[in-house]
Design a protein around this ligand. Structure first.
Ligand code: HEC
Ligand code: HEC
Length: 318
């Protein structure tokens, strides 16, 4: 959406009052090469606390860890050949991938290789990261031996130092929400959205940018994640939203409101699933056949996925 300074100032105020570290930290980010720590606050957790960003070692390995952190925070800037939208990894993994209940990297690191129903086989961490680029970033997979993958894995490994391996740590993933009492509803969700989300993410869901740089990420539309991303599932989005949004006021929505607003958000068009083979029905049947998945379903007279722009976003113009 078009930049509206009043809105942006209002949103920034909410954040500073709430003491949020998310977008607040984002707007105050140091220049990429300044060497200043980006996320100095360690998340406290019963099971595990990742090390302080200031303790990244000053050696060759530390340089790679720092590169991974930079990529995670400003993904399009550092890995533009692989990214087709304006999102960052940290848009959905808050506090630079540290925050518990926001699918933190330290908890993910110790769980791979892992079986994933998404592709019905055991995935290495490399494949998992490649998937994030293809779907969440609406881009293409960096090669397994690319610096991008090495840097991200170095950052994850460093964050997870001292954690037990093969254990689901407290704070891993997003806390699953119980099924809602009432079926998630678009109209109720729209009301929740207008009252709690539109200020930052825009009435059109397109997010907000300042001088071409994303400040508030898009929730739907061409600049958002594509139909293959985990966040397009209503249950996943509801869980993320309940635990993390509105930014700075996480946990204030009721479960029902989180479900309703997730339903509303994911009832909008977004870039095509890269696995789309020309038939919505077949693609739905193969990859989207669950109640919490709206791909290929009819909402307000429109079939979701039918008017999707091809996967790949801005990479398609290159
Ligand atoms: C005060 C501003 C603010 C408000 C209000 C807010 N968000 Fe966010 N939201 C953000 C920021 C900033 C991020 C990216 C996280 C970061 O950079 O730390 C984000 C990330 C997200 C994401 C993941 C990234 C994406 O674009 O898909 C979703 C989903 C989301 N918000 C949904 C919501 C919903 C639903 C509401 C209302 C219930 C909401 N947000 C309210 C600022 C806000
Ligand atoms: C649009 C939101 C979004 C963005 C952007 C995003 N992710 Fe994710 N990520 C998710 C969701 C949702 C999951 C949960 C798994 C699922 O349901 O597919 C996840 C899972 C993961 C996992 C596995 C976590 C676990 O505990 O198993 C890793 C690792 C990961 N993402 C890394 C990244 C990296 C690296 C990037 C940037 C290149 C990225 N993500 C960008 C939403 C996002």
């Amino acid at each position: 959406m078009e930049l509206n300074f009043m809105r942006l100032a209002q949103a920034a105020l909410i954040l500073s009052v709430a003491g949020a570290s998310g977008a607040g930290a984002q707007t105050q980010l140091p220049a990429p090469d300044s060497g200043t720590p980006i996320a100095p606050v360690a998340t406290t957790n019963k099971d595990f606390t990742p090390p302080d960003a200031r303790s990244i070692p000053d050696n060759e390995f530390g340089a790679m860890v720092r590169k991974g952190q930079d990529i995670f925070m400003r993904t399009g800037e550092y890995t533009k050949d692989y990214v087709g939208n304006s999102m960052n990894c940290a848009s959905c993994h808050l506090d630079a991938g540290r925050r518990e209940d926001s699918s933190p990297l330290w908890a993910a690191y110790v769980l791979y290789p892992a079986y994933r129903a998404k592709n019905n086989r055991v995935n290495t961490l490399t494949e998992r990261l490649q998937g994030c680029f293809q779907y969440s970033m609406n881009g293409i997979a960096p090669p397994a031996d690319s610096e991008t993958i090495i840097a991200l894995q170095s950052y994850m490994y460093w964050l997870a130092q001292g954690a037990p391996t093969g254990v689901k740590l407290e704070g891993q993933g997003y806390p699953r929400l119980e099924e809602p009492e009432q079926k998630p509803d678009f109209v109720r969700g729209e009301r929740v959205y207008e009252q709690n989300c539109a200020l930052c993410h825009g009435t059109d869901g397109g997010g907000q940018k300042v001088e071409g740089k994303m400040v508030f990420p898009a929730l739907w539309g061409d600049d958002s994640f594509n139909w293959g991303a985990g966040m397009h599932s209503v249950s996943t989005a509801a869980a993320f939203i309940k635990a993390n949004m509105p930014l700075g006021k996480a946990g204030t929505l009721t479960d029902q409101e989180a479900w309703d607003v997730a339903q509303y958000m994911n009832s909008h068009e977004r870039p095509q699933d890269p696995r789309y083979d020309g038939s919505l029905e077949a693609t739905r049947k193969q990859f989207h056949d669950e109640p919490s998945d709206l791909y290929g379903m009819s909402v307000n007279g429109k079939i979701l996925g039918q008017n999707a722009t091809p996967a790949g976003g801005t990479l398609r113009n290159k």
